[in-house]
Design a protein around this ligand. Sequence first.
Ligand code: NAD
Length: 482
Amino acid sequence: MNFINGDFVATGNWFENRTPTSNMVIGQVAEAGKAEVDAAVAAARAALKGPWGSMPLARRIELLEALVAEINNRFDEFLEAECADTGKPKSLASHIDIPRGAVNFKVFADIVKNVPTEFFEMATPDGMFCINYGYRTPVGVVGVICPWNLPFLLMTWKVGPALACGNAVVVKPSEETPRTATLLGEVMNKVGIPKGVYNVVHGFGPNSAGEFLTSHPGVDALTFTGETRTGEIIMKAAANGSRPVSLEMGGKNAAIVFADCDFDAAIEGTLRSAFANCGQVCLGTERVYVERQIFDKFVAAMKVGAENLKLGAPDDPATNMGPLISKEHQNKVLSYCKLAIEEGATVVTGGCVPDMPGELKDGCWVQPTIWTGLPETARVIKEEIFGPCCHIAPFDTEEEVLEKANDNKYGLATAIWTNNVSRAHRVAQKMEVGIAWVNSWFLRDLRTPFGGAKQSGIGREGGVHSLEFYTELKNVCIKLQA
Ligand code: NAD
């Protein structure tokens, strides 16, 4: 159900919610139309004029801390909801999605509490001076458009700083993953976040809740995570009314493995970055470049690692890989498996739908897949697949690998594996990306800037960078008299 002004709101239109492990229908979701989006935006505007807008920062922070505590009290419900929607293993969601999703509220409450603004003093012609200080106010009503791959974590990554900065939000979760955003509505009410501060409208993109929200003139800023082509549509919508956007979009990330690396760490990290969350991580690796001396050994070890992954249901503690999000996405990934062969790939492992037992057999499964042998011009090398697959290619020089790794329209992340400190810095600095990991992957300190270069994003969130987006920074200039 939609969550508008503190109430759960049904509509006349329902759409199916399926669980990807079996593709069975597990619920019906009320699609928001224009009327519900209007009501949600109006509720958010009213909240800014009401108690939320005048609430002292200290009280706002207390409420956000209570929110974290209550999410943790209901941890198992959030876990259940997230795993039902996404099919991801509970072992993964219980370490990443839910705890990191909850902590987003705490981290940004701390940042807002602790980050000062600037102060300048300037002499004036009359022999006196003026003082200037920065003063932050909320940007207003923020529209938050979310993807399905880490639904709760990526939603609170935006709602956390937005609320900490005093804004009100209207969230549009992905149509594939409606549950945790709705559940969070119950928690908001329980801890006493005023009505209208957090609203959720469900539905699709075009001609549905997504478009109605992004084109709504009552929305002051838009923050989005999803595909680049959707981001471009949202950016156009935001141009009406000159509204700011923060866009976190697609990637085709390269890992670079030098022969002097810690081999086992590089294998462990690359397996995770290629196959975690069934490859549905924007920061994940789809292109692996390995220095020629260790290429064969590396491919062989990746094959063993991929084939050891256990695909299964979220509840099974042995499961370390779930399904893709939907039949549609499964078909997309399988079309790339077919294309890879047409483009001349050698299939090292995978490439097919695995045999799954019982009700899992109708789920959205794809085997962990590794290819070699494709030319750099292949579509499989250029386009984001967003599935459990990667291509591994050899390289001979640092210059050559930088050229290849950067030859892509995306620029989100990279992972560099080397024990040569100077090379690590050199390569990290030359990679055209928003985040460069050295000897690691997916390590996130939330105080650091996060975002994409090139067509992977516009703007940075994280730490003080989130404050740049979620607040208006005003200069107050005071002339002192003699
Ligand atoms: P998507 O672009 O299909 O959908 C994202 C959201 O946008 C959904 O809520 C969808 O309903 C909505 N939407 C779609 N069309 C719209 C329109 N015309 N107007 C308004 N809203 C619209 O993305 P997805 O398939 O949910 O997520 C996967 C993509 O997200 C991948 O490309 C991945 O790389 C990217 N991603 C990026 C990051 C990052 O931080 N850069 C993080 C996670 C995922």
